[in-house]
Design a binder for this molecule. Structure first.
Ligand code: G6P
Length: 759
């Protein structure tokens, strides 16, 4: 503050002085010119009349008259005197006080005699500024007979100029003093106070001491600075909390992955390369609600895992812009910085027409590939027009990627899911220097099932454009290699799990995805029993035991089988009638597809049928809540449920199972898990069931409700340890780490590979 004041004062002094000096100089220049002009005006007629007198004295030969003139015209009205010279320049008469000044005679005299014209000018004679006039004199014949020199004192002009400068300096000094004093007072009263208070507040924040934030008037005065300081303080607080948690967790468990550790690791691995993520769903969607535009974030594990990395390395996420206000929320290239309010990376939206979306997303992806990859007995639909839209949409994403990647020396591209089987090849052909991974979030079927797809070769070839293909399970990797083996000409290395085709190697690896895991997720101040009663009251249901299922209403999830298991349970264990309620959270999904629309109706009808059979008073066996629920809402259900049922007929991983486990910090609750989920390969302490076996599932419900607290806690503790250790950040770190390694390893291994031809 002191240095700032000093600089400000110096700047003010210099500024004010420069302005004042410049204006004084202008004033002086004018004054000088005016005074000189006055003197010239006065001296002109006087000189002429003196010359006329001197001329007549000279013509008359009246020397006494000339001498009288010389004595008489002295020291009058700035006139210092006169001198009369002969035609040869010899002095005839000189006012005595001028003798020394006019010896030798001034050059104007010679000039007047030679040119026969009056000469005048200001001159410095013997350190005195004078105004000199030399006027030629003539004889009767009008020949030059001499000259008269008239000398005026011009020193008073100098004096007057000096006085003006003196006054100017006094004025400058007073101005500087007054303005500096006023500025210092303003600084002290208006700026120093708020800045000091803000400084104290920030110092307290830095030191982690409780602190009162600056008042509204302080913030108001500091304007835009204040707008930034609030969020900055919040970020600081968050960073401190994250760092503390990180430090605590590091001490507690070296192997635990956090968002921060992932971001740090990826930043160092990328080593200046940029990361590009592609997915169909975007991490932020803009939609209109009346006149407002609201942003929503999908409750997706992938967003949770990928976002910290993109934030850490300022990457780019390319996704389908599906919100109805997406276009107006992006620039003309479809780009915007996200997260909103704290921009850290770029979201590049790709626009698809309704027909394209219908063919690529609803058609080929979700009516073709989705049932093809899930063994859920839904017939895949393969329409040529859908395939063409799928190709075109993949091409559109490839174009967007190429635009974004252009100029990058070592780009890293992470493609998500079955919507983009062709994208790796399309990109590799145009950007061979890009390292490309695709993660397939759903199962990969065996070669018999896959073989029914008319575009089996195109899909496999498209995927093999990637340097790395990730699946959840080793079994899916094996199925994929079998399909390549069966349908393509390629070299398969089963020892290293890689495929070589056209001099390009693709690694195929399992990366089981997971969820975020935070130690304490229980925010409510009430007990679990109180929370459960509150939730049931909101639903208008009375029950003692609660089961929960959370799914998109998709035919692969085994929702109807689950309801039938509840029905069988109530039949076989009738004492639970009027006591056990199963709540099914059903998220609407892909409802433009006929099969999904039908399935939603089937689920609702089945719930109604079972309810009608058993319902009594305020109790009913099934609550089917068909709407989008926020992550927070879903967590409330997880937290109060006695059991959670995940009965997918087939599922790549199933994150609901892991979310339920991650939420139960109280080590209560039982997970009933389908053997056909990827999660069943990790969560051995769940009650593992065959969802098609209704009786087994109904027994599992009974087993869960009768499990001792100790056994429940033991199972939950072990499952929590697994999810905690293998959380979503570890998944992302492993996937990106493997992609970063892939090139180096390929080069190293190309000389030592023991691979064999298997075509
Ligand atoms: C599957 C996919 C995910 C996708 C999810 C939701 O689990 O593997 O990538 O996010 O379905 O599907 P949606 O069609 O709504 O994006």
């Amino acid at each position: 503050m002191r240095i700032l004041s000093l600089r400000l004062i110096v700047a003010l002094i210099v500024g004010i002085s420069l302005v004042s000096v410049a204006s004084s100089w202008y004033e002086v220049r004018n004054e000088n010119a005016t005074l000189r002009r006055d003197l010239e005006h006065k001296a002109g007629p006087l000189g002429e009349s003196l010359a006329a007198n001197a001329e007549s004295f000279q013509q008359e030969g009246n020397r006494a008259g000339l001498e009288q003139m010389a004595k008489q015209f002295t020291n009058r009205d700035h006139l210092l005197g006169i001198a009369v010279f002969a035609a040869d320049g010899a002095p005839l008469v000189v006012t005595p006080s001028l003798e020394s000044m006019l010896t030798p005679p001034p050059p104007q005299l010679r000039s007047a005699l030679d040119t026969n014209r009056p000469q005048s000018r200001f001159a410095l004679q013997r350190l005195r500024t004078v105004y000199l006039q030399a006027i030629p004199l003539h004889d009767w014949a009008k020949h030059v007979s001499g000259a008269i020199v008239v000398v005026h004192d011009a020193g008073y002009i100098q004096t007057s100029i000096l006085q003006i400068w003196g006054r100017a300096f006094i004025r400058i000094a007073v101005n500087v003093l007054v303005i500096v004093v006023i500025t210092l007072l303003i600084l002290r009263w208006s700026l120093a106070g708020p800045v000091t208070r803000m400084g104290q507040w920030m110092r307290a924040l830095r030191a982690g001491r409780p602190a009162v934030p600056p008042t509204a008037s302080d913030l108001d005065f500091l304007g835009p600075l204040a707008q930034e300081v609030g969020p900055l303080a919040e970020s600081l607080q968050k960073a401190r909390t994250a760092a503390e948690t990180e430090a605590r967790l590091r001490n507690a468990n070296e192997s635990l992955w956090t968002a921060q550790r992932l971001a740090d690791q990826v930043r160092s691995q990328l080593d200046g390369s940029n990361l590009f993520v592609v997915s169909n769903r975007e991490p932020y969607t803009h939609n209109r609600r009346g006149k407002e535009i609201v942003v929503s974030v999908p409750a997706s594990g992938v967003v949770t895992a990928i976002e910290p990395i993109l934030c850490a390395c300022n990457g780019t996420w390319i996704a389908h812009g599906s919100g109805d206000a997406d276009i107006e929320s992006s620039d003309r290239h479809g780009r915007l910085k996200v997260p909103p309010g704290e921009p850290r990376y770029t979201l590049r939206r790709v626009w698809l027409s309704h027909e394209q979306e219908a063919g690529y997303y609803y058609g080929f992806s979700n009516e073709g590939l989705w049932p093809l990859c899930h063994i859920a007995h839904a017939r895949p639909m393969f329409r040529t027009s859908d395939w063409e839209h799928y190709v075109a949409a993949n091409k559109k994403f490839a174009d967007a990627l190429v635009e974004e990647i252009d100029g990058e020396a070592h780009p890293l591209v992470l493609i998500q899911d079955y919507h983009f089987a062709l994208l790796p090849r399309m990109l590799k052909e145009r950007m061979p220097h890009a390292r490309i991974a695709i993660f397939w979030h759903i199962p990969w079927p065996n070669s018999e099932s896959f073989g029914i797809c008319p575009w089996q070769r195109e899909l496999l070839d498209g995927l093999l454009g990637a340097d790395l293909i990730g699946f959840h399970l080793q079994a899916h990797c094996n199925n994929f290699l079998d399909c390549v083996d069966r349908f393509l000409e390629a070299r398969i290395d089963r020892e290293h799990f890689s495929v070589s085709r056209n001099n390009h190697e693709t690694r195929v690896r399992p990366f089981p995805i997971s969820v975020e895991f935070s130690e304490d997720t229980h925010e409510s101040s009430r007990s679990i029993v109180e929370d459960r009663s509150a939730l049931l009251a909101e639903l208008g249901v009375e029950a003692t035991y609660l089961g929960v299922g959370v799914d998109r209403v998709d035919y692969t999830k085994g929702i109807i089988e689950r309801f039938q298991a509840v029905e069988a349970f109530l039949e076989r264990y009738p004492r639970y009638q009027e006591h056990f309620t199963f709540i099914q959270i059903g998220a609407p999904t892909r409802s433009r597809i006929k099969r999904y629309e039908e399935f939603q109706a089937e689920v609702a009808n089945e719930a109604e049928r079972i309810n009608n059979r058993f319902m009594r008073g305020r109790w009913k066996p099934i609550v089917f809540s068909y709407r989008d629920h926020s992550h927070h809402e879903v967590q409330r259900y997880y937290r109060v449920a006695h059991l959670c049922m995940v009965t997918s007929l087939h599922d790549g991983m199933n994150l609901v199972a892991k979310e339920f486990v991650a939420t139960r910090s109280d080590e209560r609750g039982v997970l009933i898990l389908s053997q056909f989920t990827g999660a069943a390969r990790e969560l051995f302490d769940a009650i593992i069931v065959n969802p098609y076996d209704t009786q087994e599932c109904s027994d599992a419900i009974a087993q869960a409700l009768n499990m001792s607290v100790d056994e429940m806690a033991d199972r939950m503790r072990r499952m929590r340890a697994t999810v905690k250790d293998h959380n979503v950040y570890r998944w992302a770190a492993n996937l990106i780490g493997a992609l970063c390694d892939v090139r180096l390893e390929s080069r190293d291994r190309s000389t030592s590979s023991g691979s064999h031809r298997k075509a």
